[in-house]
Design a protein. Structure first.
Length: 300
């Protein structure tokens, strides 16, 4: 029993160590930026009234005087990315524009966004042309998280602004590829994001002239990260980046912003782990295994 009590104390300290990074606020939410206006809250149209209230609470957007509120619909999905008009839109987002800082994404309740990570959203949004914004994503029920991307697009296509249609479509395809690789190919989600980022960086540096050049870069990065993919998945990845190449996206600019995001995340994790991330997560895994063994021992 003393062992279990000690372990619970350790869990508490781990939570206290990580919590400041998870919940740190980016400035005063009550101050309205006169250049960009109020933050934009985009709610999925499939949400009930009570679910909408839950999302407003999750995203700290309960004061109607402090946010501009919109609803993202299946029609928006069709208009922005040619999606399925029968789709249900649940995941929602709050978008706060900034002068600098790149794209920062925070899924506030990741237990309900089952497929898409912060880094996957950020990668796709940079491809779509989104710059310098703090974006918070939430859902009151378990969803994949894909519809939040369309909601974010909508927030950037009001007040006379517009994102490029082709870039939005290929960014949505990128998100689909990322989640497919994580779910179907069984690749760790963080590894998928790293792969996409590294391919973009190499395309920026090498400026490939042909699809064969893109295919070579994809193969090199798969080898570099020790990722095994089927021929079909390799082709899917190559086709995705070939579309990006055709759009003449400034990957150098995209990569600079992404590296800033990844660097911030690594810095925060290093503060918790002392730089030994592999050893830290192994110790966490061992801890919970020992905890389960101890609990089983109580019933033996």
């Amino acid at each position: 029993m003393k062992r279990i009590t000690w372990m619970l104390i350790v869990v508490t300290f781990i939570g206290l160590a990580i919590a400041p990074f998870a919940f740190a606020s980016d400035g005063d939410d009550n101050v309205i930026d006169e250049k960009y206006g109020k933050p934009k809250l985009v709610l999925g149209e499939a949400l009930s009234d009570s679910q909408q209230d839950t999302v407003r609470n999750l995203l700290n957007a309960t004061n109607p005087d402090q946010v501009d509120e919109y609803t993202v619909t299946a029609e928006d999905l069709v208009n922005f990315i040619g999606g399925d008009p029968g789709s249900n839109m649940y995941s929602s987002a709050k978008i706060t524009r900034k002068d600098d800082g790149g794209v920062v994404v925070n899924v506030v309740n990741p237990e309900n966004i089952t497929e898409v990570t912060n880094e996957m959203y950020a990668n796709a949004l940079l491809t779509a042309g989104v710059e310098n914004a703090v974006i918070e994503v939430a859902s009151p029920i378990k969803v994949t998280g894909h519809s939040a991307l369309t909601g974010i697009y909508k927030a950037f296509n009001v007040d006379g602004e517009s994102l490029d249609q082709d870039r939005m479509e290929v960014a949505n395809e990128e998100l689909d590829v990322a989640t497919d690789l994580a779910e179907d190919a069984g690749i760790d989600k963080e590894k998928v994001s790293e792969l996409l980022s590294e391919i973009k960086r190499e395309i920026s540096e090498q400026n490939p002239a042909t699809k064969e050049d893109v295919e070579r870069i994809v193969s090199e990065q798969l080898d570099q990260l020790n990722i095994e993919l089927s021929p079909e998945d390799r082709e899917m990845l190559t086709n995705l980046f070939e579309k990006m190449r055709d759009l003449n996206i400034d990957f150098g600019k995209v990569t600079d912003q992404l590296e800033s995001i990844v660097g911030d995340l690594k810095g925060k994790l290093d503060e918790v782990t002392g730089g030994d991330t592999e050893g830290f997560w192994q110790s966490v895994k061992d801890f919970f295994q020992n905890l389960l063994d101890s609990i089983r021992g109580l019933f033996n």
